[in-house]
Design a protein around this ligand. Structure first.
Ligand code: ADP
Length: 429
């Protein structure tokens, strides 16, 4: 079984996005291998799909290209019938890259003649119409996303966003064709490819559009987009018998051991979730990173604080701060150094907690999750199924099974921390 060809090989441009697509495939009944970062060994595992999660979204172009090519080539060794490049629903990228340049490389690696770009996420009101990206009723350039600290989206026309990132011509597959069916789509796509525009931005405003696009592109060697279109593929594979002979994904078993939350996200939603956790009677330590500037070691202090709490129930430790405190630290240290400080403090706390027997961990923050998982030396996870409105749980191997839930800052209901720690303890199907 280990040498069997893959149905689906996914390169994801960040960790939480990678977990998201893996969990949707698992929810669709697809046994899915999940790896973190560039892989070096043989791709030997027993699965129908594999996801490699990178940290390439805002990396320098050369670095992003190198890691995307390495990940795609590693997956090629299992001959996937389709390669998928997963990025964010709001098409987060920098002016130079990295969606276009990474797609260019993958197009060459898999020998694709045409590539679809489908970021749309109708449930979260991220839709594409006439090639323009909307958040709710607003163009993305008029939504809060225009102020994103790393990838401000000031241009709503995705053709204009993508063109500087690639050497290929770009066209739009309009909603009229998407909603009219495969024949109408095929006619437009042929015209676009014939006129030198093999990169095709797909309009999609509702789930039915995603299903139609998934059906239309199910045999394309390379598809790119958010995880929403990928979630439509398992039903197609099942209908075609491609999943026959593959076992159902393994269930995540229950995990004992102390549970904790580490939060580095400064998103309002994470701050409300910490507040909810505290109101429910669980200890929350808020670290003021400004103290690190006067020679204190916040990680050592936090670990000392946990002596009273490990084994007494769940607790949270957060560097999360309000905008004014974040701004002050950034002005004093610089933006990147402030983020590095927060990430290294939380990563060291994670390592210390694991040494002290921690069994279950929720991490709040996308970048923070990457830093914590790296520090723990985890490069492979068993991912549980996505449930609507929640965040999937996962298990890593630290010589013993270790429960993880990696939450991007803005996501999840207020009680997500306690809920996910409990899900890890009970084990989830
Ligand atoms: P989100 O998913 O909400 O974007 P991330 O973890 O991706 O969360 O990003 C939050 C960033 O803010 C991280 O790089 C983190 O290290 C940094 N950070 C956390 N706490 C602070 C703080 N008090 N001051 C400045 N930066 C911080």
């Amino acid at each position: 079984m280990a040498a069997q060809d893959l149905i689906f090989g996914v390169v994801a441009d960040d960790l939480t996005g990678g977990v998201e697509i893996a969990s949707l495939l698992v929810a669709g009944g697809v046994p899915t291998e999940f790896r973190i970062g560039v892989q070096h060994g043989e791709p030997e595992f027993d699965a129908a799909a594999a996801v490699v999660a990178l940290k390439s979204r805002v990396a320098p172009v050369a670095e992003a290209k190198e890691s995307a090519a390495e990940a795609a080539n590693w997956l090629r060794r299992r001959n996937p019938r389709q390669t998928f490049f997963k990025y964010c629903a709001t098409f987060d990228s920098t002016p130079e890259g990295n969606i276009g340049c990474c797609t260019d490389l993958m197009k060459e690696i898999v020998g694709a003649e045409r590539v679809i770009f489908c970021p749309s996420f109708p449930e979260k009101e991220r839709t594409v119409y006439n090639g323009h990206l909307f958040v709710g009723r607003d163009l993305v350039s008029e939504s809060p996303k225009r102020h994103d600290p790393l990838t401000p989206m000031t241009e709503p026309d995705l053709v204009k966003v993508l063109q500087p990132q690639t050497r290929h011509g770009i066209g739009v597959l309009p909603w009229k064709a998407v909603s009219s069916g495969a024949k109408a789509m095929a006619r437009i796509v042929e015209e676009l490819v014939d006129s030198g525009r093999p990169y095709i931005i797909a309009d999609a405003i509702c789930d039915a559009d995603l299903e139609a696009l998934a059906e239309f592109t199910a045999d394309w060697p390379l598809v790119t987009g958010n995880s929403t279109i990928a979630a439509c593929f398992p039903a197609i594979w099942r209908r075609r018998g491609l999943l026959d002979g593959h076992p159902a994904p393994k269930r995540l078993g229950p995990l004992r051991g102390p549970g904790a939350v580490l939060a580095g996200s400064c998103a309002e939603q994470t701050i409300s979730q910490l507040e909810e956790f505290r109101k429910a009677g669980r200890p929350v330590l808020r670290i003021d990173l400004r103290e690190a500037l006067s020679g204190e070691d916040p990680a050592a202090q936090a670990l000392a604080w946990t002596e009273n709490h490990m084994g007494e129930g769940e607790f949270a430790i957060a560097t999360s701060a309000e905008v004014s405190a974040v701004n002050e630290l950034q002005e004093r240290m610089g933006r990147r150094a402030a983020a590095d400080l927060a990430e290294s403090v939380l990563a060291r706390i994670a390592v210390g907690l694991v040494e002290r027997g921690l069994g279950r961990l929720v991490v709040a923050g996308g970048e923070t999750s990457g830093a914590v998982v790296n520090a723990l030396g985890i490069s492979r996870l068993a991912v549980g199924p996505q449930k609507r409105g929640s965040i999937p749980i996962a298990q890593g191997d630290l010589g013993r099974p270790f429960g993880l839930c990696l939450k991007s800052g803005k996501l999840g209901p207020d009680d997500i921390f306690a809920d996910r720690l409990q899900a890890m303890e009970k084990g989830e199907i």
